[in-house]
Design a protein around this ligand. Structure first.
Ligand SMILES: Cc1ncc(COP(=O)(O)O)c(C=O)c1O
Length: 340
C-alpha cells in the first residue's frame, strides 16, 4: 500500500530518472557552471523573466534559509504564520544560519493577511527590537489551504509599502497553481514576490528545489551564501537536470493534477462516511480529517500517518503525484474497516 503521511513518501517520476541517467553518461563543468544547469535556468527564466537569479539546492529548508539570508541582515526578522514550515519544521535554521528571528503572527487556516502582519510592525526603528523585513508565506500552506494570486499581490504590495519583501515557500507550488488554475507567471512573476523557493521534491523529483530571487536589488546576493550554506553542489547538474523534464510538456502540472485529483477523490469518499469529517481542505492534496479516537488507534496499527491534534482526533493525510483511484480506494477500504 502507498503511504499517506507525506508527499515525501512518494517515488520519483520515470522521466526524471531517464534524464538523470542520460546526464550520467556525460562530462561537464562542476559547481553549476555546466550547460545543463544553464538550460534549466533558461526554462525557469522563460516563466519568470530573464532577470531572475536562480540557485539549485537539495532541500526545501536550504532554499528557504539560504534564500532569506540574501534578503535579511542578522538584526532583521522574517514574519510568518506560526504554522509555517520555516517556523516549526526547520529547527531554528534561520536563527542559526543568519541570526535573524522569526516573528509569528496569527493566521486563519495557515493563511496571513496584511492586517495580521501589522501586529508586529510596532517596533520598526527601535534599536532594541528585531526589525521585520520579509513576510514569509507557503503556498500551498502547511494546513492544505491555498493563497490566490490576488491575496499574494495584496501581501507583496503591503510589504513594499512598508519597506519589506515577500517570500513564497513553494514546496507545493504546483499543487497551488493547479487548484487555482493560475500560471506561475501570474502567481509569482506578476504579483511582486521578491523571493521564491521553487519546490520539486514533493512532486516527482528525486531531490530538487531552487532559490529564485526576483528582486533585482538582490542579484547575486545568493551566490556566496549558497556556498556558505554548503549547497554549492559539485555535481550540480544532477540537481538542475531534473527541472528540464519537470518543466517540459507540463509534467510538473500533470503531477500536481494527479496528486490533487487523488486528494479530491479521497475527500469525496471520506465525506460519505458517518462520524468522519474532512476539515482544512482546499481541493488540493493535503487533508486534515477528524475521526473517532478508536478509529485512529486501529488505523495506526496498519498505516503510518501524523496525528496533528490528539485532543480533537485530527489526522493529516497527503496524496502524491504517483497515486491513482485504486490507491485511494485501498486507503478508503482500510479506513472503513477501522471505523466499524
Ligand atoms: C511547506 C514546506 N516547505 C519546505 C519543505 C521542505 O523541507 P525539506 O527541507 O525537508 O526538504 C517542506 C517539507 O515538508 C514543506 O512542507
Amino acid at each position: 500500500m502507498k503511504m499517506f503521511a507525506s508527499d515525501n513518501n512518494s517515488g520519483v517520476h520515470p522521466e526524471i530518472i531517464k534524464h538523470l541517467t542520460m546526464e550520467a553518461e556525460r562530462h561537464d563543468f562542476p559547481y553549476g557552471e555546466d550547460s545543463t544547469s544553464e538550460k534549466a535556468k533558461e526554462i525557469i527564466k522563460k516563466e519568470l523573466g530573464k532577470d531572475v537569479d536562480i540557485y539549485f539546492v537539495t532541500t526545501g529548508t536550504a532554499a528557504n534559509i539560504i534564500g532569506l539570508s540574501g534578503l535579511l541582515q542578522p538584526y532583521e526578522a522574517a514574519v510568518a504564520a506560526s504554522t509555517t514550515h520555516i517556523n516549526v519544521d526547520e529547527c531554528n535554521s534561520l536563527e542559526r544560519f543568519n541570526g535573524s528571528k522569526i516573528l509569528t503572527v496569527d493566521s486563519e487556516h495557515g493563511k496571513i493577511t496584511p492586517d495580521s502582519v501589522k501586529s508586529v510592525l510596532g517596533n520598526i526603528g527601535d534599536a532594541h527590537s528585531s526589525q521585520p523585513k520579509v513576510i514569509c508565506i507557503s503556498n500551498l500552506t502547511e494546513t492544505g489551504t491555498v493563497y490566490t494570486k490576488e491575496e499574494i499581490k495584496a501581501l507583496a504590495d503591503f510589504a513594499h509599502e512598508n519597506d519589506m519583501y515577500l517570500h513564497v515557500d513553494g514546496a507545493r507550488i504546483a499543487n497551488a497553481l493547479e487548484v487555482t488554475n493560475t500560471s506561475l507567471k501570474e502567481m509569482i512573476g506578476d504579483t511582486g514576490v521578491d523571493l521564491f523557493s521553487f519546490g520539486g521534491t514533493k512532486n516527482g523529483l528525486m531531490m530538487g528545489e531552487a532559490i529564485v530571487c526576483l528582486n533585482p536589488n538582490f542579484k547575486r546576493s545568493h551566490k556566496y551564501s549558497t556556498k556558505q550554506g554548503m549547497q554549492l553542489i559539485s555535481k550540480m547538474r544532477y540537481v538542475s537536470v531534473q527541472y528540464i523534464p519537470y518543466l517540459t510538456d507540463n509534467l510538473w502540472l500533470k503531477n500536481a493534477k494527479a496528486a490533487n485529483s487523488a486528494g479530491r477523490y479521497l475527500n469525496e469518499e471520506l465525506s460519505k462516511m458517518d462520524g468522519i469529517e474532512v476539515i482544512d481542505y482546499s481541493n488540493a492534496n493535503i487533508l486534515f480529517v477528524k475521526m473517532p479516537f478508536e478509529t485512529i488507534e486501529k488505523l495506526q496499527k496498519e498505516l503510518y500517518f501524523y496525528v496533528t491534534d490528539e485532543e480533537q482526533g485530527i489526522i493529516r493525510l497527503i496524496t502524491s503525484f504517483d497515486m491513482d483511484k485504486s490507491d485511494i480506494e485501498g486507503l478508503v477500504d482500510l479506513i472503513k474497516k477501522c471505523h466499524k
